[in-house]
Design a protein around this ligand. Sequence first.
Ligand SMILES: [Zn+2]
Length: 231
Amino acid sequence: MQKLKQEMETADAIVIGTGAGLSSSAGMSYDGERFEKNFADFHMKYGIRDMYSGGFYPYDTLEEYWAWRSRQIMVITINVDHQFQLAGFDKKRLFYTQGDYGLWQCSKPCHQRTYDNEGMVRKMAAEQKDMKIPSKLIPQCPVCGAPMTMNLRCDKTFVQDDGWYAAFHRYNDFIRRHEGKHILFLELGVGANTPVLCVLSASLKPKTITIKQQILCQFVNNSNTKERRCA
Ligand SMILES: [Zn+2]
């Protein structure tokens, strides 16, 4: 802790990478009361136990899948995704490397563009009945007609659109401007599923110390974190 305090006081810049663990440790859990309140019917019918795993359940119909997703997006974007903006961080200083619950993309994908889903998701959440949305609300790609899907990185179909690249370039510029200076890379609540800084910094070779906080554990000062996590 003392080491971290010292690093924070002497660093020229701080780059923070965060994962879902940060939200969890702040009390934004994917299960428990919030889950039971919003998803009791899905738990009863399918035995789903938390908001994360429900996204991978093989629902019989797209109507059910989107009934789940729309509720999940409502709960997560309101409670988790926007915490940094609510805390006063400028949106231009945030980079959602792994995607955004507020965006959709073509599932193929046939083109590299994402779509804001808020209006449609609100409609789906409001109009669903018996765990199904009306069929007419199932989102389709406006270009090829394939089903739309979440803009979340899980495989090679992840769409990196103009907004993603703009944020990526802002991040690279920031690192370049601070080249040779003392940058503190801080990773908080990041698990093996969604490494943040090791991926971004692989080509940038930061020569500074990486301090990683393991979720709910003590701080670990480990200059080899990058290599180990990327292996
Ligand atoms: Zn398409």
